[in-house]
Structures are given as structure tokens and as C-alpha cells.
Design a protein around this ligand. Structure first.
Ligand code: SF4
Length: 63
């Protein structure tokens, strides 16, 4: 699995972090940081849920 975030679309509302904080982190500077582009298998379902939760459709999951 490979994760991409479209930072032009992201509004830093942290919904993805709420679901998968191992992968998505909104920091004090109000930017979203992708902690890993290739999450380990046990995180895949959470990452897919985060993708579906994102109201801006800023998360794309490949594989
Ligand atoms: S859920 Fe979407 S809009 Fe919100 S912080 Fe995550 S990527 Fe950005």
C-alpha cells in the first residue's frame, strides 16, 4: 500500500488523524504530515477508513 495526500485539497481538520494517528498527524503549525507513505499491513484497514472519512477527498490509497 502507498498513501498520497493532496495538500492543496487538505483543510487540516484531522479526521484522518482521528482514525489512523500512526499515519496522519496534524501538528501545531496546522499542516498535515504523512508519517509514512507505506504503512504496515495491520494499518491498512484504518488507512482505508481515513481515506473514506476525508471530506476533501485529499487522501489517495494505491494498492
Ligand atoms: S481528513 Fe482530509 S482534509 Fe482532513 S486532515 Fe486528513 S487529509 Fe486533510
Amino acid at each position: 500500500m502507498r498513501v498520497e495526500v493532496d495538500h492543496d485539497q487538505c483543510e487540516s481538520n484531522a479526521l484522518c488523524m482521528g482514525r489512523a494517528p500512526e499515519v496522519f498527524e496534524v501538528r501545531d503549525d496546522d499542516f498535515l504530515y504523512l508519517l509514512t507513505e507505506e504503512p504496515s499491513p495491520e494499518l491498512h484497514e484504518k488507512v482505508r477508513q481515513a481515506e473514506r472519512l476525508c471530506p476533501k477527498r485529499a487522501i489517495t490509497v494505491h494498492g
